[in-house]
Design a protein around this ligand. Structure first.
Ligand SMILES: O=c1ccn([C@@H]2O[C@H](COP(=O)(O)O)[C@@H](O)[C@H]2O)c(=O)[nH]1
Length: 269
């Protein structure tokens, strides 16, 4: 999916919501545990109930790898289901990969070719040659961690290197890489006060913004400081939507929470 197609979807649905599919078997409704593949059954039900309110879905790889082969099979079924039934949805593999170039090439192949995600999150720590294999896929999007939502972001990302904060260096340097226009960046909603500075460096780029809902980030602040003329935001909520209820009404409860965010988002568009 191109960035322009994503922007069209955002305008059509009046939503820039990304729903995180972070499936934890201890938190899903009991009755689903009887299913042959409870993780996929849960995802399918959540996707069917909320797809009209969101423009993106983001499975986090940890929640699938934790269940071994079965988890990876559930991930495969989930991305196939999204691509076949809802091709207008932007898909994000939240995998936070990155390694020497030769190895990154295999990560890129896994997420972009085999699984056919639109995008994957990547850690910038190993530098240009670790990101280039992802950027080589010109019709896909590489989402670089810039300023993450957790407290540990202050350990390195906001520290100065030669007088410049590390997250700013990541933004400045990466935007000059070949196909750098295909880069998106992760900025936590809990760090909204940094968005004005971030927009000075990357005014046009899309940002994946996790941290509203369970982590307490403010959608209002994210929009005030981070929105650009093409919206430029995908705001993620995972637990706050998918675990709104542990009962038989879990899909209705998830849709209600997603609707609350979509209505707020429509007000910012
Ligand atoms: O800086 C980051 C980067 C990634 N995440 C991921 O986003 C979701 C957030 O889940 P919630 O339940 O809405 O808190 C999760 O998959 C994180 O690993 C992030 O939170 N912050």
């Amino acid at each position: 999916m191109t960035t322009n197609q994503l922007v069209e979807e955002i305008r059509r649905k009046r939503s820039f919501l990304c729903i995180g599919l972070d499936v934890d078997l201890t938190r899903i409704p009991q009755h689903l545990l009887k299913e042959e593949d409870p993780v996929f059954a849960f995802n399918k039900a959540i996707i069917d109930a909320t797809h009209h309110l969101a423009v993106a879905f983001k499975p986090n790889l940890a929640f699938y790898e934790a269940y071994g082969i079965k988890g990876l099979q559930a991930l495969g079924k989930t991305i196939d289901y999204l691509n076949e039934k809802y091709p207008e949805i932007f898909t994000i593999a939240d995998a936070k990969r990155g390694d020497i170039g030769n190895t990154s090439g295999m990560y890129a192949k896994a997420f972009f070719e085999d699984l056919n995600f639109d995008s994957v999150t990547v850690a910038p720590y190993m530098g240009k040659d670790s990101i280039e294999p992802f950027l080589a896929y010109e019709n896909k999007h590489t989402i670089l961690l810039a300023l993450t939502s957790n407290a540990g972001a202050y350990d390195f990302q906001t520290q100065k290197v030669e007088g410049v904060e590390l997250y700013k260096k990541v933004l400045e340097v990466s935007k000059g890489w070949k196909n750098g226009q295909n880069l998106m960046y992760v900025v936590g909603a809990t760090k909204a006060e940094y968005l004005t500075e971030i927009r000075k460096i990357i005014p046009e780029s899309f940002l994946l913004v996790p941290g509203v809902g369970a982590q307490g980030g403010s959608l209002q602040e994210v929009c005030d400081y981070g929105m650009n003329r093409k919206v430029g935001l995908l705001v993620n909520s995972s637990r706050g939507i998918i675990y709104a209820s542990k009962g038989e009404d879990f899909t209705e409860a998830a849709a209600e929470k997603a609707k609350e965010l979509q209505v707020q988002m429509a007000g910012f568009l």
